[in-house]
Design a protein around this ligand. Sequence first.
Ligand code: BGC
Length: 262
Amino acid sequence: MTDSAVPDSPTTATNLGFGVDVGGSGIKGGIVDLDTGALVGERFKVLTPKPATPNAVAVGVAEVVAHFDWAGPVGITLPGVITDGVMRTAANIDPAWIGTDVYALFSEMMGGRQVSVLNDADAAGMAEDAYGAGKGVSGVVMLLTFGTGIGSAILINGTLVPNTELGHLIVGKKEAEHQASSRIKEEKGWSYEKWTEKVSIVLKEYEALFWPKLFIAGGGISRKSDKWIPLLTNSTPVVPATLLNTAGIVGAAMAVNQGLRA
Ligand code: BGC
């Protein structure tokens, strides 16, 4: 399934990379101009297989890459903790991922090429910090993605602290993502006002721990940020992500370009 066509016009950009963002509903990828953080042409998407087992997802990733005839290195995001090349958690994806050597999996599926694999929110944070809402902001910047879960990325002057997983921090009695993700808003049928009360509580907890200069709000609901960011009662400024649905792809391409190994 496609949501776009392959670009047919030649590009003049030379500093190109490739990223694939693995999400709950789609596996999306594209060619990235690493000088600007923009996609070269459109992204291409295949549906995330169900169940989203490691092998089935790797087939989907290879399909996205093959669509562009891309033969170079590939960066890939996953919604979990990755250390020493191994996926350690799987809160919102098939549990078969836990313990999977994700570097070997993706590299072998794509002819032994160079890959980087990193957490989805970490990738989005790298991209927003370099090219988007965090560009030029010094000190600690936190990106949070509000979706099925809450993803987090912490950057200090552009350097990522990987795998922070603050969506699982217990705030009050529950994990943050079990009270303030956009999935919970939908499931409970909450208004923006009601949901934003929960988000404010979570942000206040993060603030007290990390004292960031800026929060960047990502995930699908950040497209409607005018409806809820003004309602927040925490003190650190919150701005919407600007790269939106390309942030994960761009961050993944940056990671492999930098030779990042988890
Ligand atoms: C996962 C994180 C992920 C986030 C957003 C959480 O449930 O533990 O790894 O970044 O969801 O997808």
